[in-house]
Design a protein around this ligand. Structure first.
Ligand code: NZQ
Ligand code: ZN
Length: 391
């Protein structure tokens, strides 16, 4: 186990009806004037926004509402949120939504009352020393942004993350029943994203992670099973609760503790949804991951990891004499599960073509200047090779 730092300060308020405590919770965290930020309107239609604002009223908090965050959010909209919070003298930004709303709020919070904008922070032209208070009422189990140290924005077709422990929200209210209204496609995208945050960390390049390996394997088996149930019974509370808790655990850093790992398949995906913002992050990941695994399998890189992945997570029979057969079985089982969820499996299904590949490989590796230290190094040529396996 390698040395690591881990700081997860977000206070979680988990369970049925907890959104009705939003006002009291925000007040306990010091909020007085709150900008409530949301997306395209699902929270209005479901009645969630009304419950949240009634609770803010009951706690005597001044609040303003601002909707319109789009999936794969833009830096420009985050700047608009920051200006709105500054003009209204807000001390707290409350995200009522999924990763897109949360990331918008996280990045806007740095810029309240400041003379720089969110993209200045993402591109490291500005170094924030503090931020406005950030709270979350989570509506989708997916990104883990409610406790993660990252926030992802798009600017001029470039989708980039910013990582800092200061990104972690002050509080996150998580009622699994809020996710009953998710369209099945979004539930499925969320399941894939949750799994990916763990699977990517699992594919590390060092040994000696027995405890965290077992945590990852147990979590993935639980998510695979809960994903199936949530897709067939939308209002199954226990499976929704499993997915919601797993979303946070997958991406708060625990699953990577002591590991030499990175979210390189995520970087390949960000070029996909960066190119076309109507592509859901989880759907892009579902296309990339089987291809990513095939790339390592063909090189016999990370063979032990891929073998264990197949056996412990997907229940593939161990064939010690022919490990490549077990490994293929794991990749096929992954693909079959993503198919079962109704996820796309090719770039074509996402509306992209072979012509997009060189552009994505260039952007992902900064024109060949970056090599990701994955189980086999991934530079520009390898990124292109993986994208071609997605055709
Ligand atoms: O906008 P509304 O109308 O609310 O509809 C949303 C949106 O269309 C809908 N939705 C959310 N909760 C719902 C609901 N519909 C009905 N009922 C509910 N309860 O779902 C759609 C997708 O929402 P979005 O917030 O975009 O989804 P997600 O949570 O998957 O966030 C994706 C974004 O987060 C980034 C992604 O790249 C993408 O930009 N990520 C952020 C990370 C982080 N900050 O740690 C890590 C991830 O790897 C990821 O990159
Ligand atoms: Zn993700």
């Amino acid at each position: 186990m390698l040395n690591f730092d881990l700081h997860i300060p977000t206070k979680i308020y988990f369970g049925r009806g907890r959104e009705n405590e939003t006002g009291a919770i925000a007040a306990r965290h010091g909020a007085r004037r709150v900008l409530v930020c949301y997306g395209g309107g699902s929270v209005l239609r479901s009645g969630l926004m009304q419950r949240v604002t009634e609770s803010l009223d009951a706690a005597g908090l001044v609040h303003f509402e601002l909707g319109g965050v789009q999936p794969n959010p833009t830096a420009e909209f985050a700047a608009h949120v920051a200006r709105a919070a500054t003009e209204r003298g807000c001390d707290t930004l409350l995200a009522v939504g999924g990763g897109s709303v949360i990331d918008t709020v996280k990045m806007a919070a740095y810029c309240v009352g400041q003379d720089f904008e969110p993209w200045d922070v993402t591109s490291k032209r500005a170094v924030p020393r503090g931020r406005a208070r950030v709270g979350v009422v989570l509506t989708i189990a997916a990104t883990g942004s409610e406790t993660s140290n990252s926030a992802v924005l798009t600017h001029n077709g470039l989708k980039r993350g910013y990582s800092s422990d200061l990104n972690r929200p002050d509080f996150a209210i998580m009622d699994p029943a809020i996710t009953f209204t998710l369209p099945p496609y979004q539930t499925a995208c969320g399941v894939v994203d949750i799994m990916m945050h763990t699977m990517e960390r699992y594919m590390c390049t060092n040994d000696g992670n027995t405890l965290v390996d077992e945590l990852c394997e147990g979590e993935l088996r639980a998510v695979i099973s809960a994903g199936r149930t949530a897709m067939s019974v939308a209002e199954d509370y226990e499976s929704r609760a499993t997915l919601m808790l797993a979303g946070s655990l997958s991406h708060n850093g625990i699953m990577g503790a002591g590991r030499a790992c990175g979210l390189w398949a995520h970087k390949l995906e960000h070029e996909i949804s960066g190119l076309n913002d109507s592509i859901a992050h989880g759907a892009g990941l579902a296309v990339v991951w089987p291809a990513y695994l095939k790339f390592f399998a063909a090189r016999r890189a990370g063979e032990g990891r891929l073998f264990r992945y197949a056996v412990k997570i997907w229940g593939v029979e161990e064939d010690i004499l022919h490990p490549e057969r077990t490994i293929s079985g794991g990749i096929e089982a992954t693909q079959a599960y993503f198919d079962e969820l109704g996820m796309p499996s090719t770039l074509g299904e996402l509306g992209l073509s072979e012509a997009d590949i060189p552009v994505m490989a260039d952007k992902c590796t900064n024109y060949g200047n970056i090599v990701f230290p994955a189980m086999a190094p991934i530079g520009r040529a390898e990124a292109e090779e993986i994208y071609r396996l997605c055709l």
